[in-house]
Design a protein around this ligand. Structure first.
Ligand SMILES: C[S@@+](CC[C@H](N)C(=O)[O-])C[C@H]1O[C@@H](n2cnc3c(N)ncnc32)[C@H](O)[C@@H]1O
Length: 279
């Protein structure tokens, strides 16, 4: 495994790492978690949930907050009981998750690579968790899951987004490469899976007087624990922000891939993904 993936996993296994990630989430997605509402409006309605009981897996489910909300959302749309496998290697994240998830959830304290012997899920989620999964294992396993009838939803930041530009700066020391959503999309299309891409735009703001603190929060998480925000990082944040009436506005761009072996992802599902455009 490259050093960057190792550092990412190790940082997320600490209290500081989990605090840094949660602070980043609050800045970008707000208290109400705007990514969740985008998923509920634009992505989850496209997944197949018609089965007598829905087996859901969440890979790299973190502190379980998104997973709990997704289970609740899916539960309102399907009469079927939901069976959950929650996979998360960070003991700190898992401690939070175990307190939040339904008592019936099966919690697996391991990586996706180490995961053995669960029942085949109908739906497998990877919400911002592909960055540190081994390559090409990730795509080979998604291919296997899809061949067995599972649908996968993979979400990550787009190459033309703010977070990706910032990662390029903090990762410039050559420790390795975080798998991007574009890498995953290309690889899955090239092995013939059906990939439907839904582009998501996440606007966020802060008061002009809080921009230093916002940059620090983004930097602390993305650099995996550093606090010495560099000038280049600040310049990218400033270049991508708009200031009006004392409010700084930024936009993060992400992509959700709905992946299956057949056309079950919807009528306009195609082999080569075509973004549907942000909303
Ligand atoms: C950025 S967090 C996202 C958490 C959650 N899905 C969310 O959206 O809030 C990524 C998570 O993936 C986990 N992770 C890292 N490497 C992993 C691997 N190889 N297999 C499974 N999970 C992994 C991390 O511990 C972390 O909790």
């Amino acid at each position: 495994m490259d050093r960057l993936k190792q550092r990412y996993r190790s940082f997320l296994a600490t209290e500081e790492g989990v605090r840094a990630y949660r602070a980043f989430q609050r800045v970008v997605y707000g208290k109400e978690d705007s990514l969740l509402s985008q998923l509920e409006t634009n992505v989850l309605p496209l997944v197949r949930t018609s089965c007598s009981h829905l087996r859901l897996a969440d890979v790299g489910g973190g502190d379980g907050r998104r997973c709990r909300a997704i289970v609740r959302f899916l539960q309102t749309g399907t009469k079927a009981p939901i069976e959950l496998d929650f996979i998360e290697p960070s003991p700190v994240m898992m401690r939070y998750a175990a307190a939040l998830l339904p008592a019936s959830a099966r919690c697996h304290s391991c990586t996706f690579e180490e995961m053995r012997g669960t029942a085949l899920p109908h739906l497998c989620l990877f919400v911002h968790s592909v960055f540190a999964i081994e390559w090409p294992f990730l795509c080979a396993r998604i291919e296997e899951l899809c061949a067995a009838g599972c649908q996968c939803v993979v979400i990550g930041d787009r190459v033309d987004g703010l977070v990706r530009s910032l990662k390029a700066i903090v990762d410039a020391n050559g420790d390795g490469k975080r798998t991007s959503i574009d890498d995953v999309e290309q690889a899955l299309c090239s092995i013939g899976l059906r990939v439907r891409a839904v582009d998501l735009e996440i606007p966020f703001t802060c008061a002009a007087g809080e921009i230093d603190s916002l940059e620090m929060t983004l930097f602390h998480w993305l650099s995996l624990g550093r606090r010495d925000v560099c000038r280049k990082f600040r310049r990218v944040c400033q270049d991508q922000s708009r200031v009006e009436n004392g409010v700084v506005s930024l936009v993060e761009r992400e992509r959700a891939l709905i992946v299956s072996a057949d056309d079950s992802g919807g009528s306009d599902t195609r082999r080569r993904a075509e973004p549907t455009g942000g909303q």
